[in-house]
Design a protein around this ligand. Structure first.
Ligand code: URA
Length: 216
């Protein structure tokens, strides 16, 4: 078991080295740093955002700008410590807005496709029990193309043994004040979901979460 874990950690470190050198799409030309993600390599809880912004590109770390500061606050509400979870993005490189390179734009389908295997491999190696999908991009890539975050936020979905919890992206709440409270309330729901998942792990009944979650 321990050997298996060590092998997974080794494979993850190799994957992250590969991401740092990646040239699968043209975003390598404009990046300062690729941002593989950070946190516990055997985390039970994973957060997936959209893609690095300016600060993240400069520092090579996810969620370290304004959205990251709000995410840290939200983690606290859910009783989570940043160092105990794993945080990453769908895109590992910053997508600059061609009209204003200081800004970022939405990822293109080709960029998402080029990066998708990295995220899938991270999930397979980390083996989280709960994946929090921050915003529409992560929701559509990992769960369901047709879902909208406004309809499904804080609702748990079970897919292939993993509980997915869609949440508004912290940056969306920085642009729309009313979403801040929604997100804060959702973090309390997330805490309840996490408790149920962890409980189900120890007593192997899965009763609480299975009743509430939608299976996909
Ligand atoms: N927004 C994201 O989606 N990811 C980051 O890492 C920072 C901002």
């Amino acid at each position: 078991m321990k050997d298996e874990r060590n092998e997974a950690i080794e494979a993850l470190m190799q994957l992250h080295s590969q991401i740092l050198e990646c040239r699968r799409c043209p975003l390598w030309k404009t990046r300062t740093n690729a941002v593989p993600g950070e946190g516990r390599l055997d985390a039970k809880i994973m957060f997936v955002g959209e893609g690095p912004g300016n600060q993240e590109d400069r520092q090579g770390r996810p969620f370290v700008g304004p959205a990251g500061r709000f995410l840290n606050e939200l983690l606290g509400i859910a009783g989570l410590r940043r160092e105990d979870v794993f945080i990453t993005n769908v895109l590992k490189c910053r997508p600059p807005d061609p009209l204003n390179p200081e800004k970022v734009r939405k990822p293109t389908t080709d960029e998402v496709e080029a990066c998708r295997d990295y995220l899938i491999a991270q999930i397979a190696l980390i083996k989280p029990k709960v994946i929090c999908l921050l915003g529409d991009t992560a929701l559509k890539v990992l769960l369901d193309r047709s879902m909208s975050i406004s309809k499904v936020h804080a609702h748990p979905f079970v897919k292939s043994g993993i509980v997915y919890v869609p949440l508004y992206h912290p940056a969306a709440a920085l642009h729309k004040e009313s979403l801040k409270d929604v997100l804060k309330q959702d973090m309390l729901k997330l805490r309840e979901i996490i408790d149920m998942v962890m409980q189900a792990e120890t007593d192997a009944t899965h009763v609480g979460i299975e009743k509430q979650a939608t299976s996909i």
